[in-house]
Write a protein that binds this ligand. Structure first.
Ligand SMILES: *Cc1c(COP(=O)(O)O)cnc(C)c1O
Length: 362
């Protein structure tokens, strides 16, 4: 049997070459006779590897020097509480765009740490499908300590493809499911964060890219492991980091550089998304509920016209090695997550299966 294609939303597919290398090095990292998981994070070899991973990520994303790159605990949701605790006071107001399910979770978490979470706007229904309210309709507050949004809503399959211009407050973006998927102008942001398990590496790990002027503002009650200023000073080793995740993420960064970096990834990702959406749009059998301008290039939800065929679809897909296509439990239907590690060939095989299934059942 050929290797399956894994469309899981997260934890998600990792590049085969990265897994092969991790396997090769597992029992004896750099000839040490022990694994990378079994050595001190203060060991010079580990510190060198960790620094290289950071450097590679900086290169890949062209992170300016006035930003810290932090390797954090607690995945994406850990950052939902880290952000308000780090850069807003308990009496402050903060702005949030509610563009989908993950934004909604972030809003509810922020409410614990600040006086007021102002929701500036959110999802709207249009004749062409679900969309995000235009920026001109957003109710922004002049006194907001920051503005938070999620450019790619993993569950809803909705994306904001332009960085909002009108916002004066520091921009904070949850890029858990879109980081490294295309070129990005980092300097437009105050903070970019991402749980690692979609486009980077293992779960429970997160990257936070924090502009220097936002350091030193943490609430006095903030959790120390989540304190950006402490972690920046300690090079993300205030406490023991997730050494395995750091190592594996470093392998993914090396792999990305070999692929030609985020510009090359962006082109392939666009082709993958186009192929899948074209297949959906050209059929009466499949449907995507999102306005064309707001469609995610990473997570493509789709519904069958007859949902009694859902179980059959998933079973037959699995038999053909197309895994992880079940939609999120909140929205049902199907979802194909096509992050960096998913090759074009995987999407080609998926659309072939979809056309086949349609022919048999339409
Ligand atoms: C998956 C995801 C999260 C949550 O990540 P965890 O690591 O499970 O906490 C947050 N935001 C977005 C956009 C996600 O896709």
């Amino acid at each position: 049997m050929t290797a399956p294609f894994n469309f899981s939303a997260g934890p998600a597919m990792l590049p085969g070459a990265v897994l092969a290398r991790a396997q090769e090095e597992l029992r004896s990292w750099r000839g040490s006779g022990i694994s990378v998981m079994e050595i001190s994070h203060r060991d010079p070899a580990f510190m060198q590897m960790a620094a290289k991973a950071e450097q590679d990520l900086r290169e890949l994303m062209a992170v300016p020097d006035n930003y810290q790159v932090l390797f954090m605990h607690g995945g994406g949701r850990g950052q939902f509480s880290a952000v308000p605790q780090n850069i807003a006071g308990q009496n402050d107001t903060v702005d949030y765009l509610n563009g989908g399910i993950w934004s909604d979770f972030a809003i509810r978490e922020a409410q614990k740490y600040v006086a007021r979470v102002n929701v500036v706007g959110g999802l709207i229904d249009t004749p062409q499908g679900r969309a995000i309210a235009p920026v001109t309709d957003w109710q922004l507050r002049d006194d907001a300590a920051y503005f938070h949004y999620c450019p790619n809503e993993t569950v809803d399959g909705i994306a904001l493809h332009t960085i909002p211009e009108q916002v004066q407050a520091p921009l904070v973006a949850d890029m858990s499911s879109s980081i490294l998927s295309e070129p990005l102008d980092v300097k437009r942001f105050g903070i970019i964060y991402a749980g690692a398990q979609k486009n980077i590496g293992p779960s429970g790990f997160a990257i936070a890219i924090v502009r220097d002027d936002l350091l030193g503002r943490a609430q006095t009650t903030a959790s120390t492991v989540m304190d950006y200023t402490v972690q920046a000073k300690e090079r993300s080793m205030y406490n023991t980091p997730n050494t395995w995740a750091w190592y594996l993420s470093g392998l993914v960064f090396e792999w990305l550089k070999e692929q030609g970096g985020v510009a090359a990834m962006g082109e392939v990702n666009q082709r993958k998304a186009d192929l899948l959406y074209q297949t959906i749009d050209s059929s009466e059998f499949y449907r995507n509920p999102v306005h064309p301008d707001y469609r995610s290039k990473m997570n493509v939800p789709f519904l069958l016209a007859d949902d009694s065929l859902d179980a059959d679809f998933l079973r037959q897909a699995e038999q053909q090695g197309l895994l992880g296509l079940k939609g999120h439990r909140y929205v049902g239907g199907m979802r194909a997550s096509i992050y960096n590690a998913m090759p074009l060939a995987g999407v080609e095989q998926l659309v072939e299966f979809m056309r086949d299934f349609e022919q048999k059942h339409a």
